[in-house]
Write a protein that binds this ligand. Structure first.
Ligand SMILES: [Fe+2]
Ligand SMILES: [Fe+2]
Length: 291
């Protein structure tokens, strides 16, 4: 069985939860009470060295050429055919060895995210985006290392922003010695729009391509840019965005709190929720998606 928990040299994290816990520590929800916050942050302090090592690998190895190679490899979408629900169950076969107090499965995280969106009365495509947003992590089950599946995303082909987490590790990235990539715009044009910009490869870009024909653009932005914290939380890379990106990023920012702050130790009732989600999936998506 595929296992995100095995800590080999290329998989330092005890599962994806450890990266997500680190993001939550960086962006605690100031709107919640301490008590509520403690509830969803009730995990042992993650061993910082594993998170640092994860980012060292991610920032060292995500080069412009690597991203293009992964797009050639995966965006032909010829690896597997699954319904969205089957993909969520497939993703659930990942073994996560994080703290048992918050050890929600991948499927439970998707459902907590989408149910929080639903209970706030948002449109059903927003709910569906919540359910789909991490399905791209099936890359891990296709044998991809953690640093090429999760982690904050960032543009390649231009200067790395100091507002990306652990920016010091970019000195190990060969692209930092490529003259074409050392200006703020690099190989891109000012204001060209993010669709023309290659971001570091991972689960966001992958799921965007899997469902891009089927969902409203607002939902697609949520999927494609939900890990682009340097932009949606730190305001970096505005010079690469166009007016349309700025408009659409309002939706990325609306989505982000549901991803980060919907974690609760009470697991959702998967079987009770399943009929609603099967109907929602059938409304927007084909019976089988191409991964
Ligand atoms: Fe994600
Ligand atoms: Fe998530």
């Amino acid at each position: 069985m595929a296992n995100t928990g095995s800590t080999d040299a290329h998989s330092p994290l005890d599962g994806f939860d450890e990266w997500e816990s680190d993001v939550l520590k960086r962006y605690p929800d100031e709107g919640t009470t301490h008590k509520a916050r403690d509830q969803f942050r009730n995990y042992a302090e993650p061993p910082r060295e594993t998170v640092r090592e994860f980012y060292r690998l991610n920032h060292t190895l995500q080069t412009f050429d690597f991203v293009l190679a992964k797009k050639r490899e995966f965006l032909s979408l010829d690896k597997k055919r699954m319904s969205a629900w089957e993909a969520a169950e497939f993703l659930n076969t990942l073994v996560d060895e994080s703290d048992p107090d918050t050890d929600l499965s991948q499927l439970q995280h998707l459902l907590q995210t989408s149910e929080a969106i639903r209970s706030d009365g948002h449109p059903d495509w927003f709910v569906l985006a919540g359910f789909l947003h991490d399905l791209g992590k099936v890359l891990s089950l296709f044998g991809e290392p953690q640093w090429a599946v999760v982690g904050d995303t960032f543009p390649v082909g231009c200067r790395f922003s100091e507002r990306i987490v652990y920016p010091e590790f970019f000195k190990h990235n060969p692209d930092s010695r490529e003259p074409r990539y050392q200006t703020p715009t690099g190989v891109y044009d000012e204001g060209c729009g993010l669709d023309a910009v290659h971001l570091s490869w991972g689960h966001d870009e992958y799921i965007y391509h899997v469902v891009r024909e089927y969902l409203p653009e607002e939902a697609l932005y949520m999927l494609r840019y939900h890990s682009f914290y340097a932009a949606h939380r730190e305001g970096a890379y505005a010079h690469l965005m166009n007016e349309h990106d700025r408009e659409m990023f309002r939706w990325v920012r609306r989505f982000n709190p549901y991803d980060l702050y919907s974690k609760s130790p009470v697991p959702p009732d998967v079987e009770a929720l399943r009929p609603y989600y099967e109907d929602l999936i059938a409304k927007y998506l084909p019976a089988k998606l191409r991964f």
